[in-house]
Design a protein around this ligand. Structure first.
Ligand code: GDP
Ligand code: IMO
Ligand code: MG
Length: 429
């Protein structure tokens, strides 16, 4: 059996957490490789609803869970999350949780910068989650970030802090933010360091060992291909690469370790935050999708924008991220719609095109070309076998498969762990 990399193939919130929890049963290790606490992955098991932003979803099944070097980690948020899920009965110990010693920290000054920039941008804002993710990645590539391995080294920490603040102070002054003194930041880090220290270690070594021992690794993507900093709807994107290729760099393994790439897609489309969304429905149908799908953000509680399934977008994600198979989630949300639509092309200045162009102006100008497809009166909600699906639902799923050029490995039909129909085992390729 090989490894599996799970990524979002639209604009996030496709149901990655649920799929990872389901697959984690057969995995030995679950690894986050990018993003930070901008992610919100929901898992429903019986009466328990877990919401993870930093912890890999493998912790529900008690699997070794690694926060890889590619993740930017807010240590206070991590500790809060650990306490919260402990309160829900999960066991989080250093035996099952590792944080890469070379992962970079998200600090309060990153959140300040994120918020101040968004406030100043007004109508031009990105609609970030406000977690400081963009500024933290800027400091990472700017080579002035503080990493977990620095926390135990007082001398290094002091010089790193002065280097970091030399960059931030002029920015803060320009944005009317109060000064952060080196002493105040040092005190904060000294206070948090011993609390996170038990989890911090060279995560790549643990992964290397696991891979050599033929253990199954599940890579947990956050965000999605259309939010990728290179391939998404730039600048309305997050600040990391979200494609499957990042699994290797963000965990410290070779590219072949990523294994089977499983793209998660909703049976319709949603987006939270600003930016182009060709298949968006700003009408009663969009409202109905949002209500039926309970489309409110896990992290910020914001209402998600909704639209029909966009096959052009997903086909592009399949190609860019090398997706081997798809999970089609939330099919049950479409129960009871008389007719459904799928976006099968775009009209741009009188021409029909079959891809989303890179230019923001073009992305904003494209108009969807719709294909109408019959809805179903029966229920898919909680269906657990292919034969329980109404014929029209099967037709919808098959049409999507045809349009996006990837096979569907699972369909999900409800938030509960067991509301899933498996057609192909991704661990077996
Ligand atoms: P993620 O960020 O990709 O992990 O997705 P989120 O957890 O942010 O959002 C997905 C939401 O849909 C969660 O509230 C899930 O409990 C829920 N969900 C997942 N799969 C299904 C499904 O098949 N049907 C329904 N109705 N809800 C689902
Ligand atoms: P999961 O893993 C949906 C969006 C934000 C904003 C843009 C940039 O739950 O699918 P950021 O805070 O990252 O700088 O915000 O990206 N965004 C998400 N949208 N799901 C997510 O994660 C997201 N993480 C970031 O709304 O538009
Ligand atoms: Mg989410």
């Amino acid at each position: 059996m090989g490894n599996v990399t799970v990524i979002g193939a639209q604009w996030g919130d496709e149901g990655k957490g649920k799929v990872i929890d389901w697959l984690a049963d057969r995995a030995d290790v679950v690894v986050r490789f990018q993003g930070g606490n901008n992610a919100g992955h929901t898992i429903v098991v019986g009466n328990n609803e877990y919401k993870f932003s930093l912890l890999p979803s493998g912790v529900v099944q008690g699997k070794l869970s690694i926060i890889g070097n590619g993740v930017v980690v807010d240590p206070w948020s991590l500790l809060d999350e650990i306490e919260r899920v402990r309160g829900q009965g999960l066991t989080i110990t250093p035996e099952i949780l590792a944080v890469a010693d070379n992962a970079c920290l998200v600090l309060p000054l990153h959140r300040d910068l994120d918020a101040a920039r968004e406030a100043r941008a007004g109508a031009g804002r990105i609609g970030t989650t406000g977690r400081g993710i963009g500024p933290a990645y800027e400091d990472k590539v700017g080579r002035r970030a503080i990493r977990f391995c620095d926390l135990g080294d007082e001398a290094a920490l002091e010089s790193k802090i002065s280097r970091l603040l030399a960059h931030h102070e002029p920015l803060r002054r320009g944005l009317d933010l109060p000064e952060v003194t080196p002493d105040a930041l040092l005190a904060m880090l000294r206070q948090v360091a011993p609390k996170v220290a038990p989890y911090v270690r060279p995560a790549w070594r643990e992964l290397d060992r696991a891979i050599r021992d033929n253990r199954q690794v599940l890579f947990e993507g956050a965000q999605a291909v259309m939010l990728d900093v290179d391939h998404g709807t730039y600048p309305f994107v997050t600040s990391s690469n979200t494609v499957a290729g990042q699994a290797a760099a963000g965990a410290g393994v070779g590219p072949s370790a990523a294994g089977f790439v499983l793209g998660i897609v909703k049976a319709y489309t949603t987006r939270v935050g600003e930016g182009p969304f060709p298949a968006e429905l700003k009408d009663a149908t969009g409202e109905k999708l949002g209500e039926r799908g309970r489309e409110f953000g896990t992290v910020t509680g914001r209402k998600r924008r909704c639209g029909w399934f966009d096959a052009v977008l997903v086909r592009q994600s399949v190609a860019i991220a090398g997706i081997d198979g798809i999970v089609l989630t939330k099919l049950d949300v479409l129960d009871g719609f008389e007719t459904l639509k799928i976006c099968v092309g775009y009209r741009l200045r009188g021409e029909t095109i079959d891809y989303l162009p890179a230019s923001l102006a073009d992305q904003a100008a494209v108009e969807p070309v719709w294909e109408e497809i019959e809805g179903w009166s029966g229920q898919t909600h909680r269906a657990r076998s292919w034969k329980d699906l109404p014929a029209a639902a099967v037709k919808y799923v098959r049409r999507i498969e045809e349009l996006i050029g990837a096979q569907i490995a699972f369909v999900t039909t409800g938030p509960e762990r067991a509301d899933i129909i498996m057609m192909r085992d991704p661990f077996r390729g």
